[in-house]
Unconditional design. Structure first.
Length: 451
């Protein structure tokens, strides 16, 4: 008999060790013997009518017969595989207010945990060095402005010189043309006088006068040609001065722009000496105190907005394909004991090579009492599978083992089972039962003599 029972249970409990099975069979045998003894004591002997029994025993028998125990058939059910991912709340607006200049902290009127409004004073730095730099930049700008004016005046003078040289050249050229015309006319007159003198029509004095006229015009023409060369040289010189003046303008303009940039930078640095809150939030950390020397890039305070929060979670890359932007997901906040419906808003398109996870951020509705850093859990639905589920009430502890009462030949038989995850009032059964088995729904209702 032990061999048959062992084979039967070996089929049902492939995951159980023979040692556990032997102890279970021993306890089952002892329990059956005790139940038989109690039943023999409670049953009336031969020839004894039920009316001869005590009233309490008669009522127990009638109750047992009148109230059969409810049973249920073990059937596979479809359940969804859910993954719980742990993350935390974080502020959508979060910034570290840093110094952009070198200066000693003069005022720091905020404390950690303090609520501040947008535009509130966070810190004030000493800007005396910046003010000195601003004065120097303004002086350099004034010098550059004077140089620009001088260069522009030089340009105008050079342009006037070029125009004067061009005009002088034109005048000399005109005088030369006139002298050349007069010379041509004088030579014609000279030829006529010489011809007439040869004929005896005019005196030698008239010929000499014509020759003198030609000589004078030749001398004048030579002077005009020299004047043209001088005028051309003057024009070339004026043009060179003009080119130099034009080249000077961009240099001075660049110096002027640099000076103006220096003034603008100095003015900006003065503004950097005052740090204000860019948005309403909570001061979560102070990095310095009054009197400390702050430098460019050095954080002063950290500010977070508590009005707009989101849920950040690291999703294993194997599950990244199951999420998409806009997808609704349930998110539970443990400390608030609340579950809200969130929406995936951002999937960072880069996996962490050390943890093999992808960072995902989900938007959540406003939650009273929620703060950055609070722990949360995101429930991600997976694929469905078949499983054996029984109500929690069908389980019972006996002989130190968890089991159920399975019907065998119409009688309840304690059957150890291996339980798994819980789904509300239902418990998953991994081993010990097969589809089609009948079990008692309320294990607590089973008592000796019920069957």
């Amino acid at each position: 008999m032990e061999t048959q029972v062992g084979r039967l249970h070996q089929q049902r409990f492939s995951g159980w060790s023979w040692g556990h099975l032997g102890w279970a069979l021993l306890f089952l045998s002892l329990g059956g013997l005790g139940g038989w003894l109690l039943g023999s004591q409670s049953r009336p002997g031969p020839g004894v009518a039920a009316s001869e029994l005590p009233v309490s025993e008669t009522e127990s028998l009638e109750t047992a017969k009148a109230a059969p125990l409810a049973t249920m058939e073990v059937k596979p059910r479809e359940i969804g595989q859910e993954r719980i991912l742990v993350g935390s709340l974080e502020a959508v607006e979060r910034t570290s207010l840093s110094s952009r200049i070198v200066g000693r902290v003069l005022e720091l009127p905020v404390q950690e945990g303090q609520q501040v409004a947008a535009g509130s004073l966070i810190a004030r730095l000493d800007v005396s060095d910046v003010q000195a730099a601003q004065q120097q930049a303004q002086a350099q700008r004034q010098q550059a402005e004077a140089q620009l004016q001088q260069a522009q005046a030089g340009l105008l003078a050079a342009q006037a010189g070029v125009r004067g040289a061009e005009e002088a050249l034109r005048q000399v050229q005109a005088q030369k043309q006139q002298a050349e015309a007069e010379l041509q006319e004088a030579r014609l007159h000279q030829e006529r006088m010489q011809k007439l003198h040869a004929e005896g029509a005019v005196a030698q004095a008239q010929v000499d006068q014509a020759n003198t006229r030609v000589a004078v015009l030749l001398g004048r023409l030579a002077q005009l040609e020299a004047g043209i060369q001088q005028a051309e040289q003057g024009l070339t010189q004026a043009q060179a001065q003009l080119a130099q003046a034009k080249g000077r303008i961009p240099e001075v303009q660049a110096a002027m722009a640099q000076a103006q940039a220096g003034v603008a930078q100095a003015q900006a640095n003065l503004a950097y000496g005052t740090l204000v809150a860019p948005f309403a939030g909570v001061v979560t950390r102070k990095y310095v105190e009054v009197g400390a020397l702050a430098g460019p890039g050095q954080p002063i305070v950290e500010l977070e907005s508590s009005e707009r929060l989101r849920f950040s979670v690291a999703v294993p890359e194997s599950l990244a394909g199951q999420i998409r932007v806009g997808q609704g997901v349930p998110i539970s906040i443990d400390s608030l004991n609340q579950t809200v419906e969130g929406a995936i808003r951002q999937i960072i398109p880069s996996a962490d090579p050390s943890s093999r996870t992808v960072e995902v951020k989900a938007e959540i509705p406003p939650l009273p009492g929620a703060m950055p850093g609070m722990l949360g859990r995101l429930k991600l639905a997976g694929e469905t599978r078949q499983a054996l589920l029984l109500p929690q009430t069908s389980l019972v502890e006996q002989f130190g083992l968890t089991g159920v009462y399975r019907l065998a030949d119409g009688k309840p038989l304690f059957t150890p089972v291996a339980v798994g995850s819980r789904y509300g009032d239902l418990v998953e059964i991994h081993a010990g039962l097969q589809p089609g088995d009948e079990v008692i729904q309320e294990a607590a209702a089973v008592r000796a003599g019920s069957f």
